[in-house]
Design a protein around this ligand. Sequence first.
Ligand code: ADP
Ligand code: MG
Length: 288
Amino acid sequence: MNQFLEKYDLQHTIGTGAFSEVKLAVERATGQKFAIKIIDKLKCKGKESMIETEVNILKRVRHPNIIQLYEMYEFSGKIYLVMELVTGGELFDEIVGRGKYTERDASKIVQRILCAIEYLHSMAIVHRDLKPENLLLSDKTRNAKIMISDFGLSKFFNDDEVMKTACGTPGYVAPEVLRRQGYRNEVDLWSLGVITYILLCGYPPFFDPNNVELFRKIMAGKYEFDSPWWDNVSEKGKMLAQPRILLHLTKDFVRKLLVLDPNERYTAAAALRHPFIVDYNNGPMDPM
Ligand code: ADP
Ligand code: MG
């Protein structure tokens, strides 16, 4: 038996992605449960050693809102990544279930994602594939933490393939990625703009059944705050109980992220200082 199977009892599938299958595993010695991401080596042919280097970097990532990666194994033509297990499912399903979020709830989720992105960027790691399917909930309670998964490895898969796969929704891709201008940190803030938009109204800012049309819309940066869905989302400052004046400027926050020019787009640090984030997150620390 190989080292991996000696250490872990591999069980049923708990999720599938565009490039991988995720299974539950129990560490034999401790009974502790883990999620194992299994990647077919054919899908990242010739890049195995690069992946190993990247995994060694990703193993150093420690953040309460980022799913921890522990180990990597390779056998039978597959790569096995041992990760922290979460049990709350995908944020995507939660959005579908709720329809949309209040500004306050959206702000708290976005604040946690921003902290995690700022941390990753400080370690020179770009997620590049932020979308609700890659945002998981730690457990099934109302106080579940939002956890980022699937970071850092998407660059090993061919861009064309990512865009062609039916399961990978291309609606979150930044315009500079579509223009093949090369990409940096800023792509994650674009994707976060798309996620924030969806949280607030329940549907995406860029949508078209035809991918060519969809990409055209993204590259033109054309989206609307449609009536009536956005009518009650705060635009200008709203005066609330004195002495505090709340200036949520929620639409302004989305506008600062969905900016075509990556150099003009908000950074994670700037976004964390925006009133939409600050005003809802200055009370006692929330578990989210
Ligand atoms: P891909 O990169 O191929 O899209 P993901 O890493 O996003 O694969 O995983 C696919 C799915 O598996 C996720 O959407 C989620 O439902 C499930 N999953 C992934 N990681 C975990 C985890 N750590 N704990 C529990 N479920 C997970
Ligand atoms: Mg994924």
